[in-house]
Design a protein around this ligand. Structure first.
Ligand code: SF4
Ligand code: SF4
Length: 170
């Protein structure tokens, strides 16, 4: 369906533009004065010195959870790697201390350049071994390889105030 819009007729004051330019400048000045007199109501922050609080539900950088004995919770079941729509998780499994009981990840990497932060890996994990609650946004890096986070980084990626131990019973 074709919709034809009627062109709005400009008034004389709008046609000479000066009045509209002055009106635009007054709006800009109004915002400037409001920001100077009420800095707390400003929409922008002085990043990176200041940052806005990140909501608790925000999905941020991953971390691998630990058991109370300090060992990694991940059992290398590959569910997160399988469900990941961006194919950015790579796990290499190895036999644990009790081979007939469980495996553990010898290598666990996440390519944050490919990750779409969907959170499927967290949802799929059957043992609360991976979380995306660090509140850390991806840092700027010079090399692509620096965005690939390995198991040592993920195991230690527990910002201050977050417990690295998961109390899940499974
Ligand atoms: S958040 Fe989504 S895209 Fe990123 S690693 Fe997890 S499953 Fe893959
Ligand atoms: S993080 Fe969870 S889903 Fe992924 S391999 Fe480990 S146990 Fe399985």
């Amino acid at each position: 369906m074709i919709i034809t819009l009627k062109k709005k007729k400009l008034t004389f004051l709008q046609k000479i533009y000066i009045f509209e330019v002055v009106r635009g400048l007054m709006i800009t000045m109004g915002h400037l004065i409001r920001n100077l007199t009420h800095p707390s109501r400003m929409m922008t922050v002085n990043f990176p010195e200041e940052t806005k609080p990140i909501p608790k539900t925000h999905r941020s950088e991953h971390r691998l959870m630990l058991r109370p004995d300090g060992s990694i919770r991940c059992t290398a079941c590959m569910l997160c790697q399988t469900v990941c729509p961006a194919y950015c998780i790579h796990i290499e499994a190895a036999e644990g201390a009790i081979p007939e009981k469980e495996k553990y990840p010898k290598a666990f990497t996440i390519d944050l350049l490919r990750c779409v932060y969907c959170g499927y890996c967290v949802e799929a994990c059957p043992c609360d071994a991976i979380r995306m609650d660090t509140g850390k946004l991806v840092d700027a890096c010079y090399k692509r390889e620096d965005f690939i986070k390995d198991i040592d980084y993920l195991k230690a990626n527990h910002p201050k105030g977050l417990n690295p131990i998961s109390e899940a019973i499974y």
